[in-house]
Design a protein around this ligand. Structure first.
Ligand code: SAH
Length: 254
């Protein structure tokens, strides 16, 4: 991937992007650019909307409190996200904010909150998660806008699970073993015509999975339980470790 201008401020805008277009900015975005970053008319930014690629854009202030972008030229064409979903037991506030941002940086295209028996936070602010996901996408150069689902009980999620999507089950009780080899063997056994099968990663709550959940998961043909090593990781640590493992073994780090 050609390295792009990391210094330019990247901004998600929810409008069509084409040469000469004008992208209106929200009050919050205008305030951030004009008064926090103190950008001036004509300053360069990068704008993306999740479907038209990333465009070089110039700041055009309308007033002290309102700004817009004039769209210049295409910087990077739209790419498809890697087909990776992150399924997780919602954590409490700050740790959940952190986990959402890291999942996006690690390439998750969809976040699926799963309510397990020991989940401590079942009241999830989905709008807050969506805002964190967009902020992470702006900061880490992601061109697509991650989807964030409404929370669902784990049992219901698994009952509706598409059988072609591999679910990597991070099991704190799994016997130690080479997780890369395990993932590649499991994916290799499922002859798919695509170089990378549709993937998902499941990480439990601070209290882990209970025996019933573990048995339910182990019985499913699309589930591959993996160990993340000999130490017990906090759930937000496990998120980054598991997504790194999957991206390295089967995903877009290859
Ligand atoms: N119940 C455990 C902690 C669970 S950690 C305890 O308190 O001792 C939260 C989640 O992170 C687990 O459900 C699992 O999905 C993941 N995780 C943590 N350490 C792991 C490991 N060594 N191997 C696999 N998954 C792990």
């Amino acid at each position: 991937m050609a390295r792009y201008d990391f210094n330019a401020q990247r901004l998600y805008v929810d409008c069509d992007l084409a040469e000469g277009a004008r992208a209106p900015l929200s009050k919050e975005q205008s305030n951030y650019l004009l008064n926090v970053l103190r950008l001036r008319d004509g300053d360069l930014l990068l704008a993306f909307n999740g479907r038209d690629g990333e465009w070089r854009a110039r700041l055009a202030s309308v007033s002290r409190k309102e700004a817009a972008l004039t769209i210049d030229s295409l910087e990077r064409p739209q790419t498809q996200p890697c087909d990776l979903h992150y399924v997780f037991a919602p954590l409490k506030h700050a740790r959940l904010d952190y986990m959402v941002q890291k999942a996006i940086e690690m390439g998750a295209a969809k976040l699926i909150p799963a309510l397990t028996h020991r989940t401590q936070n079942s009241r999830v602010n989905v709008e807050r998660m969506r805002a964190n996901a967009i902020e992470a996408a702006e900061q880490c150069g992601v061109l697509t806008i991650p989807e964030v689902d409404e929370p669902k009980k784990l049992e219901k999620l698994l009952a509706e699970w598409p059988s072609d999507r591999l679910l990597v089950f991070c099991d704190e009780d799994a016997p130690p073993g080479d997780p890369v080899a395990r993932l590649r063997a499991f994916a290799g056994d499922r002859q798919t015509d695509r170089p990378t099968p549709p993937l998902a990663v499941l990480v439990g709550p601070e209290g882990g999975f209970d025996a019933g959940e573990r048995a339910m998961l182990a019985a499913l043909p699309f589930v591959v339980p993996v160990s993340l090593g000999p130490r017990i990781l906090r759930a937000d640590t496990a998120a980054v470790a598991a997504l790194a493992l999957v991206q390295a073994a089967l995903g877009d780090w290859r």
